[in-house]
Each structure stands twice: as structure tokens, then as C-alpha cells.
Write a protein that binds this ligand. Structure first.
Ligand SMILES: CC(C)(COP(=O)(O)OP(=O)(O)OC[C@H]1O[C@@H](n2cnc3c(N)ncnc32)[C@H](O)[C@@H]1OP(=O)(O)O)[C@@H](O)C(=O)NCCC(=O)NCCS
Length: 190
């Protein structure tokens, strides 16, 4: 079962719009390309160290999701290109899920990661989670700041943060939604 696409366009601080939809197995090739072409620093920050090799097993793990205990959202631009991805995954601690986010370099500092975390948080809340935990490299000021914007109650210097899951204000309004985003499909993901 797949989660629903977020039907309305979401406006970023610089006026650009994105559409968010759950990541699907069909997005595998686009995700592989995004990982292969991302700069090393982004990959290091995202994976908290050397990125894993892009294997079929990794891609299956990243894209085959139940959208309850493991959920991911991809943000797409007007042309349907994936420009950011955020995911959560249940931890062994009840009601706590681990979150990770990556935003394409040309789309940073306009509120996109914060939006992704808010929408992931909304889904997580509906799926029985109450808290997000985030592990990041200690020097990652961007994610520490972003997590504070997303409502983190604790951002530790060692690279751990806790964010309460909160409902999202946005409502779904299908008008104006590009067909691919409405269907939750896409060929490119990040
Ligand atoms: C960390 C990352 C996800 C932030 O994404 P983003 O879309 O640029 O974040 P936002 O635009 O939502 O920014 C949220 C806040 O963080 C601040 N911020 C973002 N990048 C920053 C940076 N490099 N330095 C300082 N502050 C920064 C923004 O100014 C904003 O602050 P404000 O709400 O007080 O105005 C992005 O830089 C990224 O993809 N990095 C590589 C992967 C990574 O580090 N992932 C995190 C591991 S979980």
C-alpha cells in the first residue's frame, strides 16, 4: 500500500514550488542516479560517513517501503524532477523513528528540508510515532539549524537530535497538481 501524494503545490521561501509524493519502487533508477551523481560532501553528511555502494539490494531497501514503519517522500519540481528526499524508519524504541533528509544543492536554504520534515512528521504521527530521532555528523550545522526550525527539542553537539512529531497545517487540494505528482509516480527521485 502506498501513501498518498500531497496534492497541493508547496511554495518555498524563494517562490519556487514543489510537489511531494511517497517514494515508490519505480523511482529506483532515478534514486540510483541521484546517489551516483551527488557530491561527496552531501553523501557523507546524508549517510554519516562513506556512502554505501549503490547495489540492487540498497535500492530495494531504500524504495520498497510499507509507508507506515518505513516511509519516504520525494519533492519534485514543476518538471517532475526529484529535488529532495526525506525518509523515516521505525527504531527499536516504541514511537520513535529515525529521519534522514537530503536536498539538491540548488534547492537549499529555501525551507525545503523543513517542509519535508513537517510532512514526514505528519505521516509519522498518523502511523503511531511520537518522536523523530536524527543522527548527523557533529559538524553539520545545516542540519542542526534545520532541525531547530523543524521544532527539535534537543540538538546535541555529538550529532543527535530529537524532534516531536506534529500535525501539518497544509490541506490537500488537488487543483493544479501535475498528473505525475497526483498519481504519486515519478521516474526521478533523490
Ligand atoms: C541539511 C539539509 C537537509 C538542509 O536542507 P535545507 O532545505 O537547506 O534546509 P532549510 O532550507 O529547511 O533550512 C532550515 C534552516 O536551516 C538553516 N540552514 C540551512 N542550511 C544551512 C547552512 N548551510 N548553514 C547555516 N544554516 C543553514 C536555514 O537558514 C534555515 O534557518 P531558519 O529557519 O532559521 O531560517 C541540506 O543542507 C542537505 O541536504 N545537506 C546534505 C545532506 C545532509 O546533511 N542531510 C542531513 C543528514 S540527516
Amino acid at each position: 500500500m502506498y501513501g498518498q501524494a500531497i496534492a497541493s503545490a508547496l511554495r518555498l521561501h524563494d517562490g519556487r514550488e514543489v510537489w511531494m509524493a511517497p517514494l515508490r519502487p519505480d523511482d529506483r533508477d532515478e534514486l540510483a542516479e541521484a546517489i551516483r551523481t551527488a557530491d561527496l560532501d552531501t553523501l557523507f553528511q546524508r549517510f554519516c560517513g562513506a556512502p554505501p555502494p549503490v547495489t540492487p539490494a540498497l535500492l530495494a531497501h531504500l524504495t520498497e517501503l510499507d509507508h507506515v514503519r518505513r516511509h519516504a517522500l520525494v519533492a519534485r519540481d514543476r518538471d517532475g524532477r526529484g529535488v529532495a528526499i526525506g525518509r523515516y524508519e521505525a527504531t527499536r524504541t516504541p514511537q520513535v523513528a529515525e529521519v534522514a533528509v537530503a536536498v539538491a544543492t540548488g534547492w537549499r536554504r529555501v525551507g525545503l528540508a523543513t517542509l519535508l520534515v513537517r510532512h514526514l512528521s505528519d505521516a509519522a504521527l498518523r502511523n503511531g510515532f511520537r518522536w523523530f530521532s536524527v543522527t548527523h555528523l557533529p559538524g553539520n550545522r545545516a542540519v542542526a539549524r534545520m532541525l531547530r526550525s523543524a521544532g527539535a527539542v534537543r540538538v546535541g553537539p555529538g550529532g543527535e537530535a530529537i524532534v516531536p512529531c506534529r500535525p501539518c497545517a497544509e490541506r490537500e487540494t488537488p487543483a493544479g497538481l501535475p498528473t505525475r505528482a497526483r498519481a504519486g509516480y515519478g521516474t526521478r527521485a533523490r
